[in-house]
Design a protein around this ligand. Sequence first.
Ligand code: FES
Ligand code: FE2
Length: 463
Amino acid sequence: MTVTAPLHFAGYNLPKDRPNDAAFQSVQPGTPGGEYLRRFWHPFLLSEQLDHRPKVVRVLSEDLVVYRDLSGGLGLVHKHCAHRGASLEFGIVAEKGIRCCYHGWLFSNDGALLETPGEPPDSPLRKRVCQGAYPVIEIDGVIFAYLGPPDRRPPFPTMDAMVMPGNRMKPYLIASPCNWIQVAENSMDPFHVAFLHTRISGPQFSEVFGTLPLIDYHETPNGFFYTNARRVGDYIWVRSHDYLLPNFSQNGAIFENVERVRYFGRPGLTRWVTPVDDTHTLVIAWRHFNDRDDPSGLGRPEDVGVGKTDFYGQSDAAPYEQRQDSPGDWEAWVSQGPMTSHAREHLATTDKGVALLRRKLRRAIDALANGVEPLQAKPEATGAVATMAGDTILRIPLDPKQDDREVILHVCRAVAAALMETRHLPDGERRAAMQDRLSGLNTADASEINPDHGKIFEFKTLG
Ligand code: FES
Ligand SMILES: [Fe+2]
């Protein structure tokens, strides 16, 4: 809220409530936002979290039970048995499906009622009753579910970063007690990287992030991406960041130091932000490990998993005092509140990305409410959805005769255009095509190491 006067000691005059926008922020069944989210696949568990017993999970405000049956099939069903409501977390997994502990009803993984052992053989129940069930898919240690209408189920969108040659993926899952949109917005706010991660509490990644970036937004057939560009000595560094509605994003290399020319860096992670319910969220992502994007080997796969990842500020694992002295992303988005109040914010120029995301989300939610199905990511002929995230570094020393801001923006646009024009190519060919298109922009020897590159900094304790 804006007050005209006084602007000093105005605590008494300012509102104390923090109203939210439930139609937009809620994920519950039947709400506009909840129905919209039910048109997409969402990850909700790592395979390593599921043993031979059923497990209670909550996804999009629904209480569910996930299990692996004795033949290896996965089931995801409503928690309460269709008979008289006993929880299937106490069910016994069968060769195919799950049997409720209370009266022995057996359900297949798609929810069909297969056996009712206490009922007469000609009981009509099996033709009339089923258990609520949802399709699941398991990919490289991550389990995804689709909770929407069966006839609207989209194919799972395999992203190109999930099938990069010469890359190792390791998944992580971290919980945050807050609404999903504020977690998602963090990745549409590139300016926080200069403040939260660098200037305010000292470099948590590399000091090269401390310069405010020049940001440019680019539409793609599947969503949008933005480029952040900075000058680091003789080099121009363009970092591209994907966002696909509703909740998918990728950023560049986690430990980028801008050490040498690179034409086609690829993402350091492939991430979804999954709503558990209105005020709880899971970040589920694969970290990528390869020599191309982390030549110094700073990534630590052993620190990536359930409740943890190998870069700073993603959970509440560190001591509270350390998190106060050097807060990270987790502290920022969780402390906005269980469901942050948009009505009490004052959006500013650094929030252009956040405003863009909210506009696009609102438009898609309203469209679905009016019967228009949302856009789904389309794969290229390669079989994978082309993504853009990664770091491009070119050697273009400062030219005093030119406006450097214009030079940097020109490079950004050239990188964005090259990413778009090569998107139909498989990884190796796209890599070569990116080099072809961009190497001519170097104006000095591209083989040298940048003497002004970011320091290989000391890691802060992750907790
Ligand atoms: S409550 Fe599940 S079989 Fe009776
Ligand atoms: Fe961040």
